[in-house]
Design a protein around this ligand. Structure first.
Ligand SMILES: [Zn+2]
Ligand SMILES: [Zn+2]
Length: 286
């Protein structure tokens, strides 16, 4: 077996922590162009799926690759609950918002995301491709391939994994503190769901929206990708069929600010907490 390239290993680690499941990532070079193949490690790839991530000079294109015997998995995706379809939709719309070009075919028919309630349930064929061009931003002439692959690959994996049962819903995990009678954060299931958390971070990044703390900037590689996610809609206002909008309903916050938001019930708004921080007279804290 070929040894894994450094880039591939880094991309794998990022996907692993994004979705809390292990992946296999291999680097593919076609001519002078870079690419990656990505597979969930725990499933037999003949029965599961993979992603082909390919770069050309100014473009990234990512394709869903079903395994040879993936009929059962495709059927399972078609039968996904409305809640799972909604999670798919939130990733899809977020990628669209960032001007990703999407091609979705269900049972060989081009399918619109707005019709997700009318999609058939008996899927025998599923095609999904995401293209983004250009991948060079105005202020950089060097492409950060790892970051681009992570970002758009994250959207693609999020869409597919939303329809499957492979991402563990982390119900035991508690982001609160209990020592010394300090604040207990009552995180709800929207905050604990790794798919929601990942969508929020992909769209809004890893910097605290209250105090601008960034774990990568503070702790280096150790803090890479670390942040809490706060859900801004009070649980009491949630109705069934509620669509999480990763841009407005979820907000990345550091654990300190998260704890302070939850010091009130219902929690403080991000704007209010920022105002409180700004009004504190630092000379009086000693
Ligand atoms: Zn903060
Ligand atoms: Zn919260």
């Amino acid at each position: 077996m070929m040894s894994q390239s450094n880039l591939a290993r880094q991309l794998q680690m990022r996907f692993d922590s994004m979705f809390s499941i292990p992946f296999i990532v291999t680097q593919i070079n076609t001519g002078s162009h870079l690419g990656f193949d990505v597979y969930p490690a725990d499933t037999d790839r003949e029965y599961g799926f993979g992603l082909e991530i390919r770069f050309t000079a100014f473009r990234i294109s990512i394709k869903f690759i079903p395994g040879r015997f993936s009929a059962h998995m495709i059927r399972q995706m078609g039968n996904a609950s409305t809640e799972k379809r909604l999670s798919f939709v939130s990733y899809y719309s977020a990628a669209l918002n960032e001007r990703g070009e999407m091609n979705l075919l269900i049972n060989e028919i081009p399918s619109a995301i707005t019709d997700f309630k009318q999609w058939p349930t008996d899927w025998y064929h599923f095609e999904l491709r995401l293209t983004r061009m250009p991948i060079v931003s105005d202020d950089h002439d060097e492409v950060d391939y790892l970051h681009v692959a992570e970002h758009w690959g994250g959207y693609m994996l999020g869409m597919i994994l939303s329809l499957l049962d492979v991402v563990p819903l982390d119900d035991k995990h508690d982001e609160g503190y209990s020592e010394g009678g300090a604040v207990q954060i009552q995180s709800n299931r929207y905050e604990r769901n790794p798919l929601n958390r990942t969508a929020c971070i992909l769209v809004q990044g890893c910097t605290c929206k209250v105090c601008n703390m960034n774990f990568l900037a503070t702790y280096g590689e150790l803090g890479s990708g670390f942040i809490h996610v706060h859900h801004t809609t009070p649980v009491s206002q949630l109705t069934t069929g509620y669509i999480i909008d990763p841009l407005t309903d979820l907000v990345p916050v550091c654990p300190n600010c998260h704890a302070m938001l939850h010091k009130d019930n219902p929690p403080l708004s991000v704007r209010r907490l920022r105002e409180i921080m700004e009004s504190v007279d630092l000379t009086k804290t000693e």
